[in-house]
Structure formats: structure tokens, C-alpha cells
Design a protein around this ligand. Structure first.
Ligand code: 48H
Length: 258
């Protein structure tokens, strides 16, 4: 029995990993924008792998506002949640509250059930660029990185790479600071997130969501950090709409490339 269980896990895991060594879209970060994008792209028939450095995917959704585990969404954000089967409670004609645990688990389940594969506790530590096109991510075990062990990573090739890493926009930072590329922003670099302004932040999160360089995209707070958008606190409609927008852009770009 012991050997059988271990063999089942080893075989099943390595089959999953082998199937995802080359994907259409590599999404870095399983936050709300990345998970909405993952579901939409998988439903569009693309092969999607999500890499999440933490053990639990879901990003900054679990803790609500200041650990009060409720968040707020606007009507159009609630419509996206309803597609995942997540329940919202309307508070007036414009806003809803959502149980953040139901929201986090529902987003993860929805992305997975649509066909996106999620690799948790896996950190993207670098990107691959060939001839001016981002074409892959460099991954490592996050516990290995936490322990500071000198272990070489492996590579996942991808036709599109989405930075959904939230506030630090880790992947775009690598592209700008390490690869030295100029991205589609007013300065060609990262402008940095501005302080709190909910209304403006929600609007610009969606506006700031775009392709930044051939093969490289940003969504959610990463997109905001890149273009100098305001933060918005525990309201999430902009994150979902950003995920939806970037999925549409990527799907269109990949169809053209095919
Ligand atoms: C693998 C990584 C890596 C890496 C980070 O922050 P997130 O929830 O992402 P978004 O942008 O979809 O949502 C933002 C939202 O949660 C938020 O923070 C809001 C609305 N803030 C407003 C405010 O005012 O503060 O998730 C990003 C995920 C996390 O789970 C990270 O662990 C993960 O990305 N991640 N995964 N490799 N290099 N870096």
C-alpha cells in the first residue's frame, strides 16, 4: 500500500509537470487577476499553467480588509464572481460584499476546473527572452529559495507570460532591471504604485492592463505598479476586470501568432 500511494503521487505529478513544460500561457501569481485570466484563457482553449510561490493560491484575497474576511465588489465585478458560482450580498444598487474565503477558494476552483493547471509553492525567479520576445519562465521550488540553497532552476517555455504578482510586479521588474528591456509605459520603465484613491485606482487598474513587451503582459496590481496607478484597498472589481481584459488581449495575440 505504501509503495502504491507514493508511486501514484510521483507518476501523477510528473505527468502533470511533463505536460506543462511548454504551454501557451504561463501566469505568474495566483491572485484574483491571475485566476480570472487563467479561467478565461483555459475556457478559450489555451494551455495555461499558473505558478504560485505560496502554498495556498489566492493572493491577497483571503484576509478581506484588515483581517475582517469580507471584501467589496461593484456590480460588474460581482457578475464575474457569479460565473465562478461565488455568492455576493448586495449592499446597495452598486456594491456587494463577498466572503473572502468563498471568493479565494471559488476563484482557485474555477480556474482549475476550466483546465488551468496550478503549481503551488513554485516561484518564478527569472524569464526567458529569445530574440526580443519573452518566451518562458524560470521556476524553482519556493522552499529551496527560502532556505537560500544554491539549486539551479528549470524552465517552462510559454508563448505568453503574464505578470500577476501583485504590488511588486516581480516579473516586469526582472524584465526591466535584469534584461534591460524598455516596456510600454510612459518612461519605458516602472513608474511605481501611488497611494490610496479607490475610484481612480479601480478604473486605472483596467486601463493599465496591457501587453508591455512582445510575449509579456501584466494584470492587477502589477499592471498598476508598472504604470503608476493608485491603490484601492479591499475592493476587487478592478482585479477581475483586469484579468478578463488581459485574457482577451493574450488570446487575440496568440491566435494571430498561430
Ligand atoms: C510565483 C508569485 C511571485 C513569483 C508573487 O497580490 P495578488 O493578490 O495579485 P492581484 O494583482 O491579482 O490582486 C491584487 C489584490 O490582491 C490586492 O493586493 C489589492 C486589491 N490591493 C489593494 C491595496 O490597496 O493594497 O497575488 C499575487 C500572487 C501572490 O499569491 C504571490 O504569492 C504571487 O503572486 N507571487 N508567484 N512567482 N515570483 N511573486
Amino acid at each position: 500500500m505504501e509503495e502504491k500511494i507514493s508511486l501514484a503521487i510521483v507518476r501523477s505529478y510528473f505527468k502533470k509537470l511533463e505536460n506543462n513544460l511548454a504551454v501557451d500561457v504561463a501566469i505568474v501569481g495566483a491572485g484574483p487577476s491571475g485566476l480570472v485570466a487563467a479561467r478565461d484563457l483555459a475556457l478559450a482553449g489555451l494551455k495555461v499553467a499558473v505558478f504560485e510561490s505560496k502554498l495556498a493560491p489566492g493572493g491577497g484575497t483571503w484576509g478581506g480588509g484588515m483581517l475582517m474576511n469580507e471584501v467589496v465588489v461593484q456590480n460588474d465585478g460581482a457578475e464575474i464572481l457569479h460565473e465562478f458560482g461565488i455568492t455576493t450580498q448586495s449592499i446597495d444598487c452598486e456594491y456587494h460584499t463577498v466572503d473572502s474565503v468563498e471568493m479565494a477558494s471559488g476563484l482557485i476552483f474555477g480556474a482549475r476546473k476550466a483546465g488551468a493547471v496550478i503549481f503551488n509553492a513554485v516561484k518564478v525567479e527569472d524569464i526567458v527572452i529569445h530574440d526580443g520576445i519573452v518566451c518562458g519562465v524560470v521556476i524553482n521550488s519556493n522552499p529551496v529559495l527560502h532556505m537560500g540553497l544554491h539549486v539551479d532552476p528549470i524552465v517552462i517555455m510559454a508563448r505568453a507570460v503574464l505578470d500577476g504578482t501583485g504590488h511588486p510586479s516581480e516579473i516586469i521588474s526582472k524584465a526591466v532591471n535584469k534584461a534591460g528591456i524598455k516596456i510600454d509605459s510612459p518612461t519605458g520603465g516602472i513608474l511605481g504604485e501611488k497611494p490610496m484613491w479607490m475610484e481612480d485606482g479601480e478604473r486605472t487598474t483596467v486601463e493599465n492592463t496591457k501587453r508591455l513587451y512582445p510575449g509579456l503582459y501584466a494584470s492587477g496590481m502589477a499592471a498598476n505598479n508598472v504604470q503608476g496607478g493608485f491603490r484601492m484597498g479591499p475592493i476587487f472589481g478592478g482585479m477581475f476586470k483586469s484579468g478578463r481584459k488581459v485574457a482577451k488581449i493574450i488570446a487575440e495575440d496568440l491566435r494571430i501568432k498561430k
